[in-house]
Design a protein around this ligand. Sequence first.
Ligand SMILES: NC(=O)C1=CN([C@@H]2O[C@H](COP(=O)(O)OP(=O)(O)OC[C@H]3O[C@@H](n4cnc5c(N)ncnc54)[C@H](O)[C@@H]3O)[C@@H](O)[C@H]2O)C=CC1
Ligand SMILES: O=C(O)C1=N[C@H](C(=O)O)C[C@H](O)C1
Length: 250
Amino acid sequence: MIRVAVVGAKGRMGASVVQAVNDADDMQLSHTIDHGQDPAQINSDNTDVAVEFTVPSASLSNVLTLIAQGVDVVVGTTGWDEDKLEQVRQALANAPRADQSVFIAPNFAISAVLADHFAAQAAKYFESVEVVELHHPDKIDAPSGTAIHTAQAIAASRREAGFGPMPDGTVTDGGSRGQVVDGVHVHAVRLRGLNAHEEILLGNAGEQLVIRADSFDRGSFMQGVLLAVRKLRDGGYPGLNVGLDTFLDL
Ligand SMILES: NC(=O)C1=CN([C@@H]2O[C@H](COP(=O)(O)OP(=O)(O)OC[C@H]3O[C@@H](n4cnc5c(N)ncnc54)[C@H](O)[C@@H]3O)[C@@H](O)[C@H]2O)C=CC1
Ligand SMILES: O=C(O)C1=N[C@H](C(=O)O)C[C@H](O)C1
């Protein structure tokens, strides 16, 4: 049995992970931790893999603690930038176990991962690309971690293809053009009734391609979370890996 700890267990995602682990034949819960409880209770004697879904302001500290405890970590919390990722790499370089792993995914739903992949492929064939993400109104960060990841993938693809900036004649902007991530405009909608959705709009003169991914409920993320737990437990992914495509044949 894979011994799994859940950090952020009382949250929307954490509670879903607790249920998914309880429902999995090859896993058992070792710890459920939430705000105010010490993640250092989790260690390599009682846990194989910790799953972390908390808040962007707490995630790095939790992950560094878990690395020091000798535990592999699957992270779904958003808010990662290059500086934070580098701190994780350095902590892993000094980790108790040589083959220790941290896996971070901005999105564990296959629809979102494929949308991201297809958007990066398509971006080099279109003059204009913009990203719209739509979420439930209880989400605390905007734009979504997924949308930032998508915009960065689109920008990298366009750079590789030798593309310059996109056409945009906007002169006055009170914020309506969204946040510019790596040269790509990203727009965030918050609406009761939604869960997690993303649309990538690609345009040329006289034509448009729309790529859309919809997560209608949190169950959509669980297959990806359990896959990551199993992959880390089986080994072969030492160090820091980012993105569910790490485990997919794309
Ligand atoms: N990668 C993915 O596929 C997905 C990622 N997310 C991300 O996961 C994160 C959590 O999302 P939700 O569960 O919707 O949020 P939530 O607000 O429902 O849950 C967060 C939980 O973390 C707890 N928490 C806060 N500080 C903590 C700390 N220091 N230690 C332990 N627990 C702490 C809170 O008490 C709460 O129970 C967000 O960053 C969200 O964007 C959400 C859905 C899918
Ligand atoms: O907070 C959410 O709900 C989600 N957060 C992640 C993000 O910010 O990309 C993943 C998914 O969009 C749901």
